[in-house]
Design a protein around this ligand. Structure first.
Ligand code: NDP
Length: 289
């Protein structure tokens, strides 16, 4: 079997176009332009690239972006004061604080101060709670994007088995919640799981969110399974840098029914879902949700 390749890049482009259309409607009907505030503290080069990509997508979707750059030596008080100001600003519908923050700043404290109704990253404990009890709220962008890709292939997972490798608060746990909402029977695997390959082989839907390059091999995969590779890992091949996922794509595609590539799989969906979450927030604030 050769898997069909799930084109996250194309689906994300469609989603961004949808956001652009719906944002234009919101402006026409309610006079509101969804606003995303992005806070970058320090000089981490990878964070600067992520922020740039997010701001670019925001502009392309016709949303308003506000960028706040603070120096590497910014104090926790300064960052908290900025978040408070953004919470109070009616033109700001989404607040994103780019992680990691410099070590003098307590990330949990900063993320916990963001108004849960502007928490477009979905990292606030209130939104994690809403997701787990099935209330409307913000779902973290990477799991939301992954679920959209799965929905396109298999919208109802009743009777299906899903395995999520990874239990982080930003990917693994919310991913498992979403799969549960779709009626899958869900297992969350992690570094203490015994015989991970055998656990993976039970999965009709396998999501890898680990951060270990090429860990999941073809013979870990149930024939015909949907494989979603969240991992983004930089490795060296023949002296050149290369981005690979957590799944050994070449062997996995011979067994899976459908598989996301890395790059152009989950990554673009994450940014598209940030746009979607910002639009949702603006709609809710306008009573147009
Ligand atoms: P974390 O490091 O927070 O979590 C990794 C998880 O993998 C942990 O639960 C850990 O288990 C588990 N794990 C580590 N090693 C093993 C192993 N050998 N066997 C089984 N489980 C293992 O990572 P994130 O969730 O933040 O990110 C995961 C990956 O996804 C990374 O590559 C990251 O770059 C990528 N990512 C991609 C995004 C995208 O847009 N595509 C967005 C966010 C992340 P334990 O809890 O026991 O330590």
């Amino acid at each position: 079997m050769t898997a069909s390749i799930i084109d996250g890049f194309a689906v994300a482009a469609e989603l961004r176009e949808q956001v652009a259309r719906e944002a234009a409607d919101l402006k026409a009907t309610h006079g509101i332009v969804p606003g995303l505030a992005v806070v970058l503290v320090g000089e981490d080069p990878a964070s600067a690239v992520y922020v740039r990509n997010k701001l670019k997508a925001t502009a392309e979707c016709g949303l308003k972006s506000l960028e706040f750059k603070l120096s590497e030596s910014a104090t926790e008080e300064e960052v908290l004061a900025l978040v408070k100001r953004l919470n109070a600003d009616p033109a700001v519908h989404g607040i994103l604080v780019q992680l990691p923050l410099p070590k003098q700043i307590d990330s949990d404290k900063v993320l916990g101060l963001i108004d849960p109704d502007k928490d477009v990253d979905g990292f606030h404990p209130v939104n994690a709670g809403r997701l787990s009890v099935g209330l409307p709220g913000f779902v973290p962008c990477t799991p939301r994007g992954s679920q959209i890709l799965i929905d396109r292939i298999m919208p109802d997972l009743s009777g299906k088995t899903a395995v999520v490798i990874g239990r982080s608060n930003i990917v693994g746990k919310p991913m498992a919640q979403l799969l549960l909402q779709k009626n899958a029977t869900v297992t969350i695997a992690h570094s203490r799981t015994k015989d991970l390959p055998a656990v993976c082989r039970t999965a009709d839907v396998l999501v890898a969110a680990v951060g270990r390059p090429l860990m999941v091999k073809g013979d870990w995969i149930k024939p015909g399974a949907i494989v979603i590779d969240v991992g983004i890992n930089r490795i060296e091949v023949d002296g050149k840098g290369k981005i690979v996922g957590d799944v050994d794509f070449d062997s996995a595609k011979e067994v899976a029914g459908a598989i996301t590539p890395v790059p152009r799989g989950v990554g673009p969906m994450t940014i598209a879902c940030l746009m979607l979450n910002t639009l949702d927030s603006a709609r809710r604030s306008a009573g147009a949700a």
